[in-house]
Design a protein around this ligand. Structure first.
Ligand SMILES: *[C@@H]1O[C@H](CO)[C@@H](O)[C@H](O)[C@H]1NC(C)=O
Ligand SMILES: *[C@@H]1O[C@H](CO)[C@@H](O)[C@H](O)[C@H]1NC(C)=O
Ligand SMILES: *[C@@H]1O[C@H](CO)[C@@H](O)[C@H](O)[C@H]1NC(C)=O
Ligand SMILES: *[C@@H]1O[C@H](CO)[C@@H](O)[C@H](O)[C@H]1NC(C)=O
Length: 588
């Protein structure tokens, strides 16, 4: 998707670091010249500086000439097709989906081809990178003396908490359609669907990998029946759940085809299914980037045209659906910024925070990315309140701040907030990546220093892309006065979709692993996680196991013996702040 942003949507990627004013004038070129330049550049392989600058120039020009939007759309569609970024159908729908947001943002930021291309293409232009723009938040002083991480050997009482993430139900999944539909295009088409214009159908004898009844370990989302079967299975097997956490992304990956109606219906359906299977279990959710229409589009209140462009329709939908599980006060929080606090047990505050306000694909943020809707200020005030009261806090959210999907300005502040409130935060639970991994925080962002905290990143229920479905259950020290609300262990469950399809039976979920057992951890403290990272760097068997869990047994490659590959995985665990791998991974 980055390349799509880089090319089709490149002009949206600018920041308030340079004050908004009129669009910079650039040398004029004709459409034919632009196309020619691009074709030639593509012939010489790959997107380069020339291609990038040409696209931006062409777009700039059309906008500065105040061309009709259809003409600009047309330019983008042709560019997308010419560069073979996606199938024609997808290119067209993609532009239709994003154009309106794109033009709105482009009109409000200043950019030149050089500046923009410097962001995405190495050695091209001026590297003012809006993805890395910093802004400062005042984090209150008075941090209490650091207490050792509470490792509870014999908890008085424990709670069992289910964590689901990235469900992504595809209502247009077609059994028997092409599961292996990826061409050479940059933007991958969602597979396991019928695309008449692309010659993929259900009965085509040329189909390489027919989509199975229960899903496919390809670029495919889940058929509804698999989601339904998984929820039934969980409700029948795990009768001891105290509550459920769901960290966002309920829609399929056909991001060129999102509508408010479809998203609203999908959210309502999934909520109802959950409610039917778990009528007595509270469910706490956080918003995901795929809930946006277009994807990730969530403007903050201080933006122009908030009434028409803002995500109010979505926040109200979620507020209505979630109101059966959260307080009226929390519902108001959802309506305002899709974030809220709730108390699953006395002494435990759960903070559900909208991290789409840090998404680099939330293009509205390039107009102003400073603390959208005061969300981090609100987080600080909630943490301070809990610190004062002696409560423990769990943070649930979609995007972990160590992922480069999260803008650096947000991640930088978020990291400092976690370190400031390390005694109060007892657990953090994320999703978004679809992978099974974690991230460790260090004091003063020094990877050789004291580990202060960590993020659980829970694997997805969807198989997209090339994963087996998974869910996780935490055992938490909680439910009594004075509980630490730290996680004592985590069990991750998965299934084998190939086997389900082959045997024509519904997916059988099984315990994949218990975190402490499999990784040999005495407890789940930040220092134990940090120690695990060090061992993963040197212990081949352990790394192989981690890599298998990461994708749920779908990738048997030789990463363990490939130093660059292995470093990438290990490095990701050390960096809980985006765009700082140079710092966090220097010692690897
Ligand atoms: C943020 O604070 C740091 C350190 O206090 C300072 O160096 C930096 O210039 C500030 N950045 C902005 C954008 O204000
Ligand atoms: C595939 O073939 C079957 C049997 O010939 C037919 O019933 C079905 O409608 C066909 N499906 C499609 C999508 O063409
Ligand atoms: C949810 O949608 C599916 C079809 O996609 C339908 O079969 C099911 O009955 C719906 N469930 C509820 C509870 O609305
Ligand atoms: C950006 O938003 C912040 C708060 O969300 C606000 O304080 C600031 O004035 C805004 N900046 C501009 C240039 O509008």
């Amino acid at each position: 998707f980055l390349l799509l942003v880089a090319l089709c949507l490149i002009p949206t990627s600018y920041s308030h670091a340079i004050p908004a004013s009129k669009i910079a004038k650039t040398p004029l070129i004709t459409r034919a010249e632009a196309m020619n330049t691009m074709r030639n550049a593509m012939k010489n392989d790959k997107i380069n500086c020339v291609v990038c600058s040409t696209i931006v120039q062409g777009l700039n020009q059309l906008i500065s000439e105040e061309e009709e939007e259809e003409k600009i759309d047309d330019f983008l569609k042709k560019t997308c097709v010419t560069l073979d970024l996606a199938q024609t159908e997808v290119c067209n729908d993609m532009v239709d989906e994003y154009a309106n947001e794109l033009y709105f943002v482009v009109e409000r930021v200043i950019f030149t081809p050089d500046e923009l291309c410097g962001i995405f293409v190495d050695d091209c232009g001026i590297p003012v990178n809006p993805l890395k723009v910093l802004w400062n938040l005042t984090i209150p002083g008075g941090k209490p003396a650091v207490k050792p991480w509470p490792t509870v050997k014999a908890p008085k009482k424990t709670q069992r908490v289910l964590h689901l993430s990235d469900i992504h139900v595809d209502r247009e999944y077609v059994e028997g359609s092409e599961a292996d539909c990826k061409g050479d295009q940059v933007i991958s088409t969602l597979c396991c669907r019928v695309y008449p214009e692309m010659g993929t159908s259900q009965n085509n004898t040329a189909i390489k990998s027919p989509a199975g009844k229960w899903g496919a370990v390809y670029g495919c989302d889940l058929p509804f029946r698999t989601f339904d079967a998984a929820m039934r299975h969980i409700s029948e097997t795990h009768k001891d759940l105290d509550y459920i956490m769901i960290t966002g992304d309920l829609e399929a990956h056909d991001i060129w085809d999102y509508t408010k109606e479809k998203t609203t219906a999908n959210i309502a359906n999934i909520t109802q299914v959950l409610f039917n299977y778990f009528p007595k279990t509270p469910i706490y959710e956080s918003i995901g980037n795929h809930e946006g229409v277009p994807m990730d589009a969530m403007a903050p209140h201080n933006m122009d045209e908030y009434d028409t462009r803002g995500p109010t329709w979505l926040y109200n939908t979620l507020a209505d659906e979630w109101s059966r599980w959260i307080s009226p006060e929390a519902v108001k929080g959802v309506q305002y910024r899709a974030s809220y606090v709730e108390y699953p047990s006395p002494g435990l505050k759960l903070i559900s925070i909208n991290t789409i306000y840090c998404s680099k694909n939330n293009f509205y943020l390039f107009i102003n990315q400073t603390d959208p809707d005061g969300t981090l200020s609100w987080l600080i005030s909630e943490l301070l309140d809990s610190e004062t009261k002696g409560e423990k806090v769990h943070i649930i959210s979609h995007i972990p701040a160590g992922d480069d999907y999260c803008l650096k300005g947000w991640a930088h502040n978020f990291y400092d907030i976690v370190n400031r409130f390390e005694n109060t935060i007892a657990g953090q639970f994320y999703g978004h990546t679809h992978d099974d991994h974690f991230e460790v925080y260090y004091e003063d962002s020094n990877p050789a220093g004291r580990p202060t905290h960590f993020n659980f990143i829970t694997p997805s229920l969807t198989s997209y892309s090339f994963h087996n479905p998974a869910y996780r259950i935490y055992t938490i020290d909680g439910g009594y006065e004075g509980a630490t609300y730290t996680v004592i262990d985590a069990e991750t469950y998965t299934t084998d979709l190939n086997e389900a399809n082959a045997k024509d039976q519904e997916p059988q979920f099984f315990l994949e692993y218990s975190t402490r057992d499999e990784y040999g951890l005495p407890d789940l403290s930040p220092s134990s996680w940090a120690g695990l990272i060090d061992r993963l760097a040197v212990d081949d068997d352990l790394f192989t196991k981690f890599h298998r869990f990461y994708f749920r047994s779908t990738h048997e490659d030789n990463c363990v013996n490939d130093p660059a590959c292995r470093k990438k995985f290990v490095c990701g665990l050390k960096a809980a702040k985006s765009y700082e791998e140079d710092n966090f991974c220097a010692g690897l």
